[in-house]
Design a protein around this ligand. Structure first.
Ligand code: UD1
Length: 440
């Protein structure tokens, strides 16, 4: 099936006519499997721009963002088909137009990830400035500075970023790049540009998220030469365009979705086996869960999580990996709203990422925010109300909050959740949560 059409679940277009209705639930019991990571698969798809051929990505989540990224790649010249077994087939025939149009880019922040591979391989690219989740300013200055250091020149014209290689060689050149901050997107773009640069590129202070390690592994499978995978210094020995080849790759499991089901057990109690959760990708958040009173035991490809007494409050701060990811934070704040005590939460990555707090307050949560900080005083129970999901992770957190709320909670903005969660409602129901999708 082509991704120009709706993806498998038929959820490509926002369904604002739907709500997720949640009632107080628990204890939760059973098993839930975590699919592949959104924040990995979107970049792996962009990597298919780097070499002609047929790629197979497996463990691909059936989410709206995969559909949008598939449309974007289709417009550039890579055909994407999502098969029923979660395999995404991408065909790059070499007929590439290195232009990412605004209509698609504005729907998904990860579209900026086509900048590096297209520039590195074709020497020029036009990308509309990206959109994506609306949680504050998300500039791309580090992407641009790094690519400039490799020999690119940029022009901004009517909202489009146009880049080309300044020198006559037709190739970027390797260099030392020091990122001001370990930006996930900048690291990925520079990596995908550097695989075709002439000579050696060293990215210092690189992001080390598991999803970046996943991208490096796929690039190596395509013939790229990368040293330091999983560390904050990545050394890339560039190869000439034409020397990379298509590959097959299994998408790393989604640690944020894994944490979502753990947070659900946190607020509802019970015991659930979260399959395909990788504990070594979640060490800091698991340690924080443990301090809050969640019991976890780790198996080879699963984490069992249980809770039988009230959660305890903790303080926490978001940090780049291996610290506590900003994407976990709405879930952790939700857990704190019903925990015993007071927790102080500090957001170090995005200024606007407390917007969902107003929605939690509608459910009776006692949360006060001041700039980058939130003070969360736990209450014995929340109280169901209509709320609105402002973005993917906050949307999932509001569903989890509804599980701890007396009465019924109706979550609007379901299309945000569909962007990043494959069948959140089905998975929660399968472990005993009282949750359903309803048309209104
Ligand atoms: C990715 C994830 C997102 C996650 C974030 C941080 C995807 C699709 N999204 O986003 O879910 O929350 O990592 O873990 O993978 N910044 C700059 N200049 C730049 C680049 C970034 O100032 O050139 C700032 C951003 O505005 C933000 C911070 O750095 O405040 C983190 O951004 P970055 O790590 O790049 O996140 P994304 O790749 O956008």
């Amino acid at each position: 099936m082509s991704l120009v059409a709706p993806v498998r679940g038929g959820i490509l277009e926002p369904m604002d006519g739907e709500r997720i209705v949640v009632r107080r639930s628990g204890p939760l019991q059973g098993e839930v499997r975590v699919p592949g990571a959104k924040n990995s698969v979107l970049k792996l798809m962009a990597a298919a721009l780097l070499a002609d051929g047929v790629y197979e990505l497996t463990n691909v989540p059936d989410i709206v963002d995969v559909g949008i990224m598939g449309e974007l790649l289709g417009a550039i010249g890579v055909r994407c088909d999502l098969l029923a077994d979660g395999t995404l087939r991408l065909e790059n025939t070499g007929q590439i137009t290195p232009v990412a149009p605004y209509e698609l880019v504005e729907r998904i922040r990860a579209s900026i990830n086509v900048l590096g591979p297209l520039l590195g391989r074709f020497g020029q690219v036009t990308v509309a400035l990206p959109g994506g989740d609306d949680f504050g300013s998300r500039p791309i200055d580090m992407h641009i500075r790094g690519l400039e250091a490799m020999g690119a020149e940029f022009e901004l014209d009517h909202g489009d970023v146009m880049a080309r290689i300044a020198t006559g060689t037709g190739r970027l050149h390797g260099t030392d790049i020091v990122l001001d901050f370990p930006s996930v997107g900048a690291t990925e773009n520079l990596l995908m540009a550097a695989v075709h640069a002439k000579g050696e590129t060293v990215i210092h202070h690189a992001a080390r998220e598991p999803e970046i390690q996943d991208l490096c592994t796929m690039l190596v499978g395509m013939g790229a030469v990368i040293d330091g995978i999983g560390t904050s210094t990545l050394t890339i020995d560039g190869v000439a365009p034409g020397e990379l080849h298509a590959t097959s790759h299994r998408v790393v499991p989604d640690r944020i979705q894994a944490a979502t089901y753990m947070a659900a057990v946190g607020v509802c109690g019970g015991e659930v086996v979260v399959r395909d959760a990788r504990h070594h990708h979640m060490e800091h958040v698991l340690a924080r869960f443990a301090r809050m009173g969640l019991e976890t035991s780790v198996g080879p490809d699963s984490i069992t999580v249980g809770r039988d007494a009230r959660l305890r409050s903790v303080d926490l701060a978001t940090l780049p990996y291996p610290g506590i990811a900003t994407d976990y934070k709405p879930l952790l704040v939700t857990m704190l709203t019903v925990a015993d005590g007071v927790g102080i939460v500090t957001e170090n990555l995005y200024p606007g990422r407390f917007r969902y707090v107003e929605e939690l307050q509608r459910l009776g949560a006692d949360v006060r925010t001041d700039g980058h900080h939130a003070v969360v005083r736990g209450v014995p129970a929340l109280s169901g109300a209509p709320v609105k999901a402002p973005d993917i992770r906050a949307g999932a957190a509001l569903v989890v909050a509804g599980l701890a709320a007396v009465g019924s909670t109706s979550v609007q903005g379901v299309h945000h959740i569909d962007r990043g969660y494959e069948d959140l409602v089905g998975r929660l129901s399968s472990i005993g949560a009282d949750v359903e999708r309803v048309a209104v």
